[in-house]
Design a binder for this molecule. Sequence first.
Ligand SMILES: Nc1ncnc2c1ncn2[C@@H]1O[C@H](COP(=O)(O)OP(=O)(O)O)[C@@H](O)[C@H]1O
Ligand SMILES: [Mg+2]
Length: 239
Amino acid sequence: MSHAATVILEDVHRTYGTGAGAVPALRGISLTLRVGAFHAILGPSGSGKSTLLHVASGLDVPTRGRVLLLGRDLAVLSDAELARVRRRSVGFVFQFFNLVPTLTVEENALLPVLLDRAVTRADRERLDRLLGAMDIARLRRRLPEDLSGGERQRAAIVRAMLPAPPLVLADEPTGSVDSATGDAIVTHLREQVREQGVCLVIVTHDSRVAEAADEIVRLHDGRIVERTAQKPSPTDPSA
Ligand SMILES: Nc1ncnc2c1ncn2[C@@H]1O[C@H](COP(=O)(O)OP(=O)(O)O)[C@@H](O)[C@H]1O
Ligand SMILES: [Mg+2]
């Protein structure tokens, strides 16, 4: 038995613009992202990596093809349903963090939960654990402008992980941190894969990050040119 799917992409195309100026960013991507697996996405700049993450998480809509997130066809959801699915089921770590500049680290982290429901004691305990795991507990009342790039990156990771989403996508999460911090971030995310059965998808240029993945997916010009299974996933019952 292979792992259940978290996301299924079926012949997904995404073209920006129309007519002579159209840019085909994705050209027929079929890919299954699995429960309890870590997939690394590699490829040169402009190959469609960010677009793939956006489409897989419902942040963007394919021009053609289908995306199933946790068994639901995203195309048939209303905007409100899609927003709810994204808040509860998807943790997205943006390449440029997208922290709200007027909110502190902890307010940023709690915002997606607050938009969904009342914050509970369990949320606050999980927030404390995540801030500790990311080594930014002492920075919780700072504004993003008073943080380094690496600290902002880790605040963005805490925010993404707080609702305990089954799908976590990160666009170059180690791009602005030193290698020791990068290793700590990847180790933490990897633990979430193993312990919580999270489906983790990381876009990276960092070969050390890719080495920790269960599968490497290489993109070129909007197509998958190679998929390499690196090792059996530790929680895979068929392994
Ligand atoms: N909002 C946009 N409007 C027009 N073209 C875009 C937009 N976003 C990305 N593209 C183009 O789509 C292609 C893939 O981009 P992207 O997914 O960002 O690649 P990567 O993340 O691998 O660098 C590139 O040619 C890029 O210029
Ligand atoms: Mg990108």
